[in-house]
Design a protein around this ligand. Structure first.
Ligand SMILES: [Zn+2]
Ligand SMILES: [Zn+2]
Length: 145
């Protein structure tokens, strides 16, 4: 099936159909269709603020469910201890080598102050490229941090 014909179809139906295809053991046709669709939707020659493309992305991410419902589902997976604060460049953040498992862990000032890092090997740094608070993310830091 060509992307052009996919594009004319109902977004939700197509997204649900693609999701089903991609969940198959042999998902090559689903992958190909998704790539063709994304090539058409995210065509760089189209204006960036194309709300049609945005709608497509939302539908594809949600896999045929409503985007709002999808967001609610995602939020329900979110552990309440996660701060998840995202910052841009030149934000002052903290890094604690005692609590961190990964050397790239970083905490926002609020989470750092809320955790007890007395006597820990930590430093304060100015985030050059922006980042996100890893508080509560057990992949990068110990539960106690
Ligand atoms: Zn935080
Ligand atoms: Zn610490």
């Amino acid at each position: 099936m060509m992307a052009a014909s996919l594009l004319r179809r109902d977004k939700k139906g197509t997204a649900a159909h693609l999701k089903a295809d991609l969940n198959r053991i042999d998902n090559s046709s689903g992958v190909r269709q998704l790539q063709e669709l994304l090539d058409a939707v995210l065509n760089p020659e189209k204006p960036a603020a194309d709300s049609e493309a945005l709608d497509w992305c939302k539908c594809l991410i949600a896999g045929g469910d409503g985007f709002e419902e999808f967001c609610i589902t995602v939020r329900s997976y979110d552990n309440a201890t996660l701060c998840g604060l995202v910052w841009t460049a030149n934000f002052v953040a903290y890094r604690c080598r005692t609590c961190g498992i990964s050397p790239c862990m970083s905490l926002c000032a609020e989470c750092f102050n809320n955790g007890d890092h007395t006597g820990h090997d930590f430093n304060m740094f100015r985030s050059q490229a922006g980042g996100a608070c890893d508080c509560g993310d057990s992949n990068v830091m110990r539960e106690s941090g």
